[in-house]
Design a protein around this ligand. Structure first.
Ligand code: AMP
Ligand code: MG
Length: 487
């Protein structure tokens, strides 16, 4: 374990120089108070849970104090927002405080979100409100606990600093961690501003820091692009299998590492709905739940365009072509496991597709359906779930197919099937209404609910005593919360 003042910095990105980021100091928020912290994320920095309680912790993560070795920087990038190219974005309200390496030798970017204005703030105030900071914190840690790659969150620091959105709110800061905050849009920026030297430096940096295994390849850039395609195929498969809707899949919100990143109006599905749009400002449904798959591929093609100076177009096209089959293979694998199946059969895709068609418009809770299916022997579970479906007859027919299919699994007892299913089907997910309850309390100065919810979500697959209310379907009001981009 280390003390907070013993973190070891190695600011590799900052050393790339001023073409890549601008030196900016955090602008403090007033009367900082710890809203919530993550022991698991603290441990990534070799810090103990108690460190979060120290006064100096609140000073640092509210922008009042800084390590001597930190080198806070606002990173420049651009990106495609809702399909249109925006030539200049960048960290408008977040700062890369520096890169820390831990005792295990891992590098972590320390990124303080809500740290005040930067040269990239455009019309914005550089702030993040308490509500969006809590949502980002909970989502990062909940996704990680589900096994879905994500940036991590160490803490949320609340304050008395007023911020104006649709109404007056309070400013907050989140300290988030990721091995890198480089985005698709970072490459797009140097490509579209025609800075080939800087584009090359960025490429070399990303290769050597984050994809060193590709350097041994005859064409390192192509190998790296292939890996980015593979990682994104796997990531999106996990989102789709677990019902996570990102909401703002602009290319500036897509991590080069294939992790969930830059949370906005995200949501987990309650009732299953392929067409669900979680972002109230997304009028055309560009980032609807089912569109996340083609959009990820579209975003990868935008990245590919920015890599054309390094890689032949044919090779890029061929590699992009791997996305859908890779996605499909990962998705099928996850969905099979969610149904308790361990090996592949030709009819599986149809079995899964039929289930989702039956769920659509039936008002079936996506998470609880899979969990309940593993609660009892299959026939018993199916009998208790059937009433949720509009087309009960077709659901019964589907259930018979599932039982026949499960019988073809080798060496599997009913008990093994149930244990296997519970290990991949969460009981607790970050439902929008649960986040909202926690936010409402936090806005009144009570942080117990955020902390309790965070604890529950850290072990989503294990039933926890006294926490049954977190594993229920949302109340009617909780299904229709309008979450906008304003954060
Ligand atoms: P986002 O939608 O959060 O990914 O942000 C898109 C762009 O707007 C990024 O360049 C952000 O840094 C910037 N931005 C968002 N909110 C603010 C804000 N309150 N102040 C300054 N810049 C912001
Ligand atoms: Mg963003």
């Amino acid at each position: 374990m280390k003390a907070l003042d013993e973190l070891t910095f190695d600011n590799r990105f900052a050393r790339l120089g001023d073409a890549f980021s601008t030196s900016v100091l955090p602008e403090p928020i007033a009367d900082p108070r710890l809203v919530v912290s993550s022991d698991a994320a603290l441990a990534l920095l070799d810090l103990a849970p108690a460190d979060a309680q120290s006064p100096v912790f609140a000073e640092i993560f509210s922008g009042q104090k800084l390590w001597a070795d930190a080198d806070p920087r606002a990173m420049v990038y651009s990106g495609h927002q809702f399909g249109s190219y925006n030539p200049r974005l960048g960290d408008g309200r977040g700062l890369l405080l520096g890169e820390v390496y831990n005792e295990a030798g891992e590098h972590w970017d320390l990124h303080l979100k809500g740290a005040g204005q930067t040269p990239y703030s455009r019309m914005g105030d550089g702030r993040a409100v308490l509500r969006s900071s809590i949502r980002e914190f909970l989502a990062s840690e909940a996704l990680h606990a589900l096994g879905i790659p994500s940036s991590r969150a160490v803490c949320v620091m609340g304050s008395s600093t007023p911020v104006w959105r649709e109404k007056q709110e309070r400013a907050a800061m989140v300290l988030r961690l990721a091995p890198s905050h480089i985005r698709f849009g970072s490459f797009e920026y140097f490509y579209y501003t025609q800075q080939p030297e800087q584009l090359k430096r960025l490429g070399e940096h990303v290769l050597s820091m984050h994809f060193p295994q590709c350097l041994e390849h005859a064409e390192p850039y192509l190998a790296m692009f292939r890996e980015i395609v593979e990682r994104n195929a796997e990531l999106i498969a996990k989102w789709q299998a677990y019902g996570f809707c990102h909401g703002v899949m602009n290319t500036d919100n897509m991590s080069i590492l294939g992790i969930t990143f830059d949370f906005g109006p995200f949501a987990f599905l309650d009732d299953f709905d392929q067409n669900f749009i979680c972002n109230h400002s997304d009028h055309e449904g560009r980032y609807s739940f089912s569109n996340q798959v083609p959009i990820a591929q579209w975003n990868l093609s935008a990245l590919a365009q920015a890599l054309t100076p390094f890689i032949n177009v044919e090779a890029l096209r061929e590699t992009l072509g791997l996305f859908l089959p890779l996605y499909q293979a990962h998705y099928l694998d996850l969905m099979r496991r969610r149904l308790g199946l361990t090996r592949a059969e030709d009819g599986d895709e149809k079995l899964i597709g039929t289930l989702l068609t039956l769920m659509q418009n039936s008002g079936v809770d996506y998470t609880l359906f899979f969990r309940r299916l593993g609660d009892d022997p299959a026939a018993v579970a199916l009998a208790s779930l059937r009433d949720d479906f509009v087309d009960i007859k077709s659901f019964d027919a589907w259930g018979e197919q599932l039982i026949a299919r499960s019988a073809r699994e080798e060496t599997s007892t009913e008990q093994q099937r149930q244990t296997r299913m519970h290990a991949v089907n969460p009981l607790y997910i970050l439902r929008n209404y649960l986040a909202q309850n926690a936010i409402d309390a936090a806005e009144d100065g009570n942080y117990d609910e955020v902390r309790r919810l965070h604890n529950v979500l850290c072990n989503p697959f294990t039933e926890q005593t006294g926490m049954a209310s977190y594993a229920q379907r949302p109340p009617e009001w909780g299904k229709h919360l309008e979450i906008s981009c304003s954060s």
